[in-house]
Design a protein around this ligand. Structure first.
Ligand code: GAR
Length: 201
């Protein structure tokens, strides 16, 4: 069973999808901690209402990495899910959780990722580029935004009359399915990282 710390910055619909999968028995895990990058993230209120321990990470202080690592240890986290977390995770935390930290991104990486590519900005860039498919990606996190071995991807069509918000909802539906499935692969120890690629057994 995974002991997952979920990092959030916003609404937390992916956090709820992870929680639902656990309740339904399709994800062998428990959420031991929800950490927010801002105290007003609605995801934190939801987690608190479910009795899940929460915390807020200030990226302004000098000891951000030791504060995060301390909380993760205190709550027994063995893996991290970045569920709409919009800050760069400090390198010391990435190193401590090497190959045990996953991120969900609302596009088909390596396209439409990187610094500044989050939420609605991603879908606006997809529409501006005129591509015909988009989708969601779950990947293992390294020191850069939206980079690291890809574990799962799923496509959605981009429609002629899409707006950033209609495309975002189509992608989000996929995200809610994909993230718990990718986490379950880790719970079953079925992901090996070889030569910078995720190999699924
Ligand atoms: C999701 O679409 C997630 O993929 C995206 O933020 C949204 C969070 O929604 N993450 C990124 O763009 C990271 N680069 P949620 O708070 O409802 O889960």
């Amino acid at each position: 069973m995974l002991n997952i710390a979920v990092f959030v910055s916003g609404k937390g619909s992916n956090l709820r999808a992870i929680h639902d999968a656990i309740v339904q028995g399709t994800l062998d895990a428990r959420i031991c901690l929800v950490l927010g990058s801002r105290p007003d993230a609605p995801a934190l209120d939801w987690a608190a209402s479910e009795g899940i321990p929460t915390g807020v990470i200030s990226h302004r202080s000098d000891d951000t990495d030791s504060a995060i690592l301390g909380l993760l240890e205190e709550h027994g986290a063995d893996s991290i899910a970045l569920a709409g977390y919009l800050k760069l995770v400090p390198p010391a935390v990435v190193r401590a959780f090497q190959h045990r930290m996953l991120n969900i991104h609302p596009a088909l990486l390596p396209a439409f990722g990187g610094s500044g590519m989050y939420g609605r900005h991603v879908h606006e860039a997809v529409l501006a580029a005129g591509v015909k498919v988009s989708g969601a990606t779950v990947h293992v996190v390294d020191e850069e935004y939206d980079r690291g071995p890809i574990v799962m991807q799923e496509c959605v069509p981009v429609l002629e009359d899409d707006t950033a918000s209609t495309l975002a909802s189509r992608v989000l539906e996929v995200e809610h399915r994909l993230f718990p499935r990718a986490l379950q692969l880790f719970a079953e120890n079925r992901v090996n990282i070889e030569n910078g690629k995720a190999i699924i057994q």
